[in-house]
Design a binder for this molecule. Structure first.
Ligand code: ATP
Length: 233
């Protein structure tokens, strides 16, 4: 299968310490791939390497026909890759509408109207300040901002982290709708059930390396195979 994104044997460092070891995997057009693994396994760093924020010291990252390994984060974003980071980073003094529309690029299928259909909870909050929202509401807002950019590949870092169960459900429902739109998504998750529910394929990371890869149906049928990587020991 031809991959839209191809990560090929990348190694990434923070100063002298190596966080990512020979990581390889691909994401096909319209595929949803979940990166799973314990805290510190290297999932966020992998996303940051793809976006050029923590560039890979060696290896190759290809997007479509382009080699993006050494491109700037701005150039990578212009190609249609959008990262919604774990930190959420809302603009606390801007309104929710401003926070969302800051990302809007003409031509994006995710107009404010469409985003309000996807995130009905945000409709009532548009005039509030970003800093006044709960964690779950902020997560919705930063996802809406990312979508407003009209991404062709959406990278989501732990969208369910720290959210109440009802908000986790709401995020999962949005992701299913995005998948229905045919959007290509690389999702970092610690919530195994949510990842298996949404993703087509799962890539498991351990100690900065890829430990296993399988399709979600296999993961659902053989949960023990996955749980061994996620259990705390
Ligand atoms: P988490 O869910 O905790 O974010 P993760 O799987 O995303 O986990 P990373 O955040 O990518 O893991 O971390 C991978 C490794 O890199 C860890 O050993 C971590 O301590 C280290 N690391 C992450 N960020 C930095 C940094 N800014 N400086 C130095 N080391 C870092």
């Amino acid at each position: 299968m031809k991959m839209l994104l191809e990560v090929d044997a990348i190694n990434t460092f923070y100063g002298p310490s190596q966080a990512i070891h020979d990581v390889s995997f691909g994401v096909a057009q319209s595929e949803v791939v979940a990166l799973l693994g314990r805290n510190g396994a290297g999932k966020s760093t992998t996303l940051r390497s793809i976006m050029g924020l923590n560039g890979a010291a060696s290896g190759r990252i290809r997007y479509g026909d382009r080699d993006i390994t050494r491109m700037s984060p701005q150039a990578i974003a212009r190609l249609g890759l959008t990262l919604v980071p774990e930190t959420r980073d809302p603009f606390v003094l801007l309104t929710v509408r401003e926070n969302i529309m800051l990302g809007y690029r003409p031509g994006s299928p995710y107009t404010l109207d469409r985003l309000m259909d996807l995130f009905p909870l945000l409709r009532e909050l548009l005039k509030k300040k970003g800093g006044e929202l709960s964690g779950g509401q902020q997560q919705m807002m930063v996802m809406a901002r990312g979508l407003a950019m009209g991404p062709r590949l959406l990278l989501l870092d732990e969208p369910s982290q720290g959210l109440a169960p009802i908000m986790v459900k709401a995020v999962a429902s949005v992701l299913k709708q995005l998948k229905g739109d045919g959007l290509t998504i690389l999702l970092v998750e610690q919530n195994l059930n949510m990842a298996l529910d949404i993703a087509d394929r799962v890539v498991v990371m351990e100690n900065g390396a890829v430990a296993d890869t399988f399709d979600s149906a296999t993961g659902r049928a053989e949960p023990a195979r996955l749980e061994q990587y996620l259990a705390v020991h």
